[in-house]
Design a protein around this ligand. Structure first.
Ligand SMILES: Cc1cc2nc3c(=O)[nH]c(=O)nc-3n(C[C@H](O)[C@H](O)[C@H](O)COP(=O)(O)OP(=O)(O)OC[C@H]3O[C@@H](n4cnc5c(N)ncnc54)[C@H](O)[C@@H]3O)c2cc1C
Length: 507
């Protein structure tokens, strides 16, 4: 089945199976995403001393208007992320952001898409559009070019039931996700042996995800005033905070001034409630079953895998029915009077790292194409960043009366890298830089050296900030669409020649 075409091998830091870290069907990974959205901060676009290889070719102001437009596409609330404006609204509902002094730490607001899958939202509209043809079950297998690989001529397509054909195109926009964008360029090696756009061996390099690190167990002071905003177990449930059509989540982050002063990158910290019976074997058994059932819907787990997992979980549940019931009640009823402990989760901005990369392996998928090998690596500097950030966070949040530790604080050096998990944000593999020696695409998302090949998606991010990527992907896509439409209009029906220049259109 199609989802299996995403299979691959992780050879670096421990990571989710590659066929479970993204969805290979209509709507892409919005079929399984969490919906958190927040534009990157201005500082995230800048070249920073403490973050080697950082910096975008333009500033945040270039994307601002597209970020604003992306809100309606992403079904978010008003385009508002100001901490003080939101705190006024929240106070009316008896909810409060943490009283942080904003010198080194501040609250940041994210909005959450109501979990709607893009395939569901846009299916009808795409079906009705006269100028769009959606082809399902059609796998791009190669991007074809002229003899000098300076112009794309079309895309080779194959289906799992053996059909194949070529789509001729004046312009090709590669939008297959942060790992597959690189894979398709590497697979397209008929003219350029190293893969398209890979003359400098940059395609697939600088692979990033946001390292997410579980650290201390804490209690939040005045939990009832804050929990619905910061605790991810509530934020993503109906008990989270809604204001009109906006659904809100809050995090704690170092201010830009503090990042500059301490030479640290961006980060976000949030809380994850520990439920009374959450660690009981019976409840974990139920969770394992639920994961399998959801995984079958999201990623197409095989029926056999699902059945085996259920058979494995059943003895723990049957042997401890009361524990299972308490676990379900505690988690789902979530009684207000229970004073809970919380685990701190911190997402840090990764350092773009040349050695962290996606390559082709010798194993083949069902179409006979090389599968990917992902070597996710973090650096010693990332570790030092995490140690500094955690010290700042825990000292300041304790001093400012936000939380207290339960038990001994953890040693951050001890938990690195074993407590790191990814966030399913695949970024950096076709990074953007105006200099072809440093990036795969230029500031207009065009592959250097190829007149009509563009890339959409987080693979173009040269630096990742600590926010979730999709709103920035959508903003970049709107910007690229505007450029292409304007250039196509100018080029008329006579081919595109070399009209794809940054700034080719008057802004
Ligand atoms: C569990 C999970 C939770 C997440 N939570 C969040 C979150 O809270 N906030 C956030 O911002 N982001 C989140 N993400 C990441 C988010 O889903 C991605 O950033 C986003 O979906 C990327 O969009 P994309 O269109 O670039 O790629 P994708 O969504 O990966 O879409 C790529 C599309 O290309 C198709 N495709 C791939 N290869 C081929 C091929 N060879 N031929 C034809 N078609 C092909 C796929 O079928 C798919 O439809 C999450 C991801 C996961 C997995």
């Amino acid at each position: 089945m199609t989802q299996s075409l995403y299979d691959g091998k992780n050879v670096g830091l421990s990571y989710d199976r590659l066929d479970e870290a993204r969805s290979r069907y209509f709507g892409g990974s919005t079929n399984c995403w969490g919906g958190h959205c927040r534009p990157l901060d201005s500082l995230d676009f800048k070249k920073r001393e403490g973050v080697p290889n950082s910096g975008w070719p333009f500033g945040k102001e270039e994307l601002d208007r597209y970020y604003e437009r992306s809100h309606s596409l992403l079904k978010l609330g008003p385009f508002e992320y100001d901490e003080s404006k939101w705190s006024q609204k929240m106070a009316k509902d008896d909810l409060f952001l943490f009283p942080l002094d904003r010198e080194c730490l501040h609250n940041v607001i994210s909005q959450i898409n109501p979990q709607a899958k893009f395939g569901d939202i846009y299916r009808a509209q795409l079906g009705e559009a006269a100028n769009i043809k959606v082809m399902l079950f059609s796998n791009a297998t190669e991007i074809q070019t002229n003899d000098t690989a300076t112009t794309v001529t079309g895309v080779r397509v194959r289906t799992l039931n053996g059909k194949s054909f070529t789509i001729s195109a004046r312009i090709v926009v590669l939008a297959a996700g942060g790992i597959e964008n690189a894979r398709l360029l590497l697979l397209s090696n008929q003219t350029q042996r190293m893969g398209l756009g890979n003359g400098r061996d940059l395609v697939g390099r600088y692979f990033m995800d946001h390292p997410r690190i579980r650290s201390d167990i804490v209690r939040i002071n005045a939990q009832q005033r804050h929990r619905r905003l910061y605790d991810q177990t509530m934020v993503l449930s109906r008990a989270g905070y809604f204001s009109g059509d906006a659904r809100i989540s809050a995090h704690v982050a170092p201010t830009s001034e503090c990042q500059r002063k301490l030479s640290i990158p961006n980060s976000k910290t949030y809380f994850v409630a520990r439920y009374t019976s959450g660690m009981s074997k019976a409840y974990l058994g139920l969770r394992a079953i639920s994961r399998q059932v959801k995984g079958r819907a999201r990623f197409g787990y095989s029926f056999g895998d699902m059945a085996r997992a259920i058979i494995r979980a059943v003895p723990a549940i049957v042997g401890n029915v009361p524990e299972a019931i308490i676990g379900v009640l505690d988690t789902h009823l979530n009684p207000r009077f229970v004073k809970r402990a919380f685990e701190l989760w911190t997402i840090i901005e990764p350092i773009p790292n040349y050695d962290s990369r996606v390559t082709l392996s010798s194993a083949r998928d069902r179409l006979g194409l090389n599968k990917v090998e992902v070597d996710w690596q973090v650096t010693e500097r990332d570790k030092l960043h995490f140690i500094s950030l955690r010290k700042l966070l825990t000292q300041e949040m304790t001093r400012q009366g936000v939380l207290q530790f339960v038990g001994e604080p953890v040693d951050p050096a001890e938990i690195w890298p074993k407590n790191i998990v990814g966030c399913w944000h695949h970024m950096g593999t076709t990074r953007m830089d105006s200099d072809p020696a440093k990036g795969v695409v230029d500031a207009n998302c065009r592959v250097h050296g190829i007149s009509n090949l563009f890339v959409a998606g987080s693979s173009v991010f040269p630096t990742a900030g600590s926010d979730m990527p999709t709103i920035t992907i959508v903003a970049l896509a709107l910007r690229l669409a505007g450029e292409l439409a304007a250039n196509l209009g100018r080029a008329g029906s006579h081919g595109c020649g070399d009209v794809w220049r940054l700034g080719g259109r008057k802004r």
